[in-house]
Design a protein around this ligand. Structure first.
Ligand code: SF4
Ligand code: SF4
Length: 303
């Protein structure tokens, strides 16, 4: 893949209000308007010297029963009166922004992240452990340190069977090329890439999510309680190239693509688009490209 005509490379400064658009709140707060997840300081080993952050990480991976209970509470919250749901939505989102918040990131920028971190380990996904009761190795710990860095030290110290028990491979070191190849496979399977903080702004992991089994996507999209940002991009179909095969509709996790019977073309509702780029990866006609969100007026303020 890499930079190509479908995907405008962008390293520039954010303009918080230029052109009717802006970057996400974390870009403005945590990297002076540059993309926060492309800044090496947000992956720094120094941030893992903070004892509160270490405790948070230990609790996150050791107490997966808490996540299962949270998932049940969200199901109940859906039936609550609107004002209670609105209040809880604000409280949960605010708390998660401090502790464990994500953002959708397209493949080219995942490759950029893999380019500057020093080690990558593949681990079993906590969400699938909770929702499926199975080990699915869709999550990747990334570190500026060698051998998985301090994050892996913390994980190795935990007594958590799904992370390193007798039936699991535990923390599996992978090279950058292996990681990129695996992410391309995940993308072909329709999984969307997301970066995650462990007490913001420290980024400790990249996951591969789908709405059926990923608690974060369920919380954000199904329950409408945002715990991850959309990507800095939105997708657009080139009608001159689209042949109406509808393959892109099959993989969109966000219900953003419809089919125009009269035009025999796919149409993307950019207000729903999360900018993951998964539709683009299955389009054999090269008809889908990602545009900068801030340059698309209907989507520029939607995160
Ligand atoms: S996959 Fe490509 S060609 Fe097929 S409907 Fe979608 S945009 Fe059109
Ligand atoms: S339309 Fe948007 S949200 Fe749906 S797959 Fe494409 S990029 Fe992702």
């Amino acid at each position: 893949m890499g930079s190509d005509a479908k995907y405008p490379a962008r390293q520039g400064e954010a303009s918080s209000h230029s052109g009717g658009g802006k970057m996400c709140e974390f870009c403005l707060k945590h990297s002076e308007g540059k993309k926060w997840y492309l800044q090496a300081e947000n992956y720094s080993e120094d941030l893992l010297s903070d004892l509160r952050r270490r405790k948070f990480i230990e609790g996150f991976f050791a107490n997966t029963d808490d996540l299962a209970r949270d998932a049940e509470r969200l199901e109940k919250l859906d039936k609550a009166p609107g004002f209670i749901k609105a209040l809880m939505r604000r409280i949960i989102t605010r708390k998660m922004k401090k502790n464990h918040f994500g953002q959708v990131v397209p493949m080219e920028e995942i490759e950029q992240i893999f380019g500057f971190v020093n080690s990558i380990v593949r681990v079993a996904c906590v969400c699938r452990h909770v929702t499926l009761g199975e080990e699915r190795r869709y999550c990747y710990g990334i570190s500026m340190g060698p051998d998985g860095g301090k994050m892996s030290e913390i994980l190795r110290s935990l007594d958590s069977s799904f992370l390193g028990g007798p039936d699991a491979e535990g923390l599996e070191a992978v090279s950058k090329d292996e990681a990129i190849s695996a992410f391309r496979d995940h993308e072909r399977d329709g999984l969307c890439h997301t970066v995650w903080t462990f007490q913001t702004p420290f980024i400790g992991g990249i996951c591969n999510c789908d709405r059926a089994d990923c608690l974060a996507m369920r919380t954000t999209v199904t329950h409408d309680i945002p715990i991850m940002f959309r990507a800095e991009y939105v997708a657009e179909v080139d009608p001159d190239k689209c042949v109406g095969c509808r393959q892109c509709m099959r993989v969109c996790q966000f219900g953003a693509i419809t089919y125009s019977a009269s035009k025999e073309k796919a149409v993307i509702d950019q207000r729903r688009c999360y900018g993951c780029g998964i539709c683009r990866s299955v389009c054999k006609q090269d008809a889908i490209r990602l545009e900068e969100r801030r340059g698309v007026p209907v989507a520029a303020d939607l995160w």
